[in-house]
Design a protein around this ligand. Sequence first.
Ligand SMILES: O=C(O)[C@H](O)[C@@H](O)[C@H](O)[C@H](O)COP(=O)(O)O
Length: 324
Amino acid sequence: MQLGMIGLGRMGGNIVRRLTRAGHECVVFDQNPATVKSLVGDRIHGGSNLPDLVKRLAKPRTVWVMLPAGEITEQTVNELGSLLEKGDTIIDGGNAFFHDDVRRARAMKDKGIHYIDCGTSGGVWGLERGYCLMIGGEKEVVDRLDPIFGALAPGTGSIERTPGREKRDPRVERGYLYCGPSGAGRFVKMVHNGIEYGIMQAYAEGFEIMQKAASKEVPAERRYQLDLADIAEVWRRGSVISSWLLDLTAMSLAQDPTLANFSGVVEDSGEGRWTVNAAVEEAVPADVLSAALYARFRSRDPHATANKLLSAMRHAFGGHIEPK
Ligand SMILES: O=C(O)[C@H](O)[C@@H](O)[C@H](O)[C@H](O)COP(=O)(O)O
């Protein structure tokens, strides 16, 4: 099939590479012309701007938008809405907010343009490992674009089949899922990322507890100098908590057990906040996911006003002095 790709960053460029390796053809555009030039090659054609990209695609066209969530995605989808025609399709594969998908799909529907939200997991490893896809929108359109999704997904690989799934849609076992109407794919991806925060936080806290087992606060006879890199490695092999995030933890610790290249200021792109908002809307107690989100906020300002106020109150009622 043929696909237009807008945004050739960490994800978009590799999606194009994976698609063309599978025999698909891509027309690509990025704000940076050098990025476009570096990608153009076998089955990959460059567009000089959005109108040019659209012109180079055969009808009905499919254009994948792979840009940071927010204004840039909004502008691009709007511009595509005025360039594309009835029967064409926009797929947004970024980490947009699912409310925006519902709104955009409605606006595009009025023009006869299909809008598909596609939560795309796999990060910088997706080119080789494939992307786990969580898809929302009109089912007939998603089914028509199956060759694209199938080529991007990881495939069954070496993961054993889950007993009891024999009569279910086999595509799920290949790593892509039609989740439901507009926004449903991104909603599932949003919760995936909320869970990602929680799992990451659990490993992070556990490893710090083991590191601080060597601290003076602990009685000498129970003070342990533990090798975190080796613990991460051994846990990968047969333990109950093995996972890909643990694989990456083991790799990071093997490369540098002191993690000297990281400041510990942890950013977030929105999905964790939206997951917690959804939990509040549904009155679901999401203790772990909320705490993991707040841990990221806290990492950014150890000298926050709240902490100063705590010290101020302790000092006021008990004369307690902060350590210098
Ligand atoms: O599934 C994935 O491939 C990741 O979740 C990916 O989507 C990205 O790395 C996150 O957006 C990071 O999210 P934060 O910036 O919020 O940590």
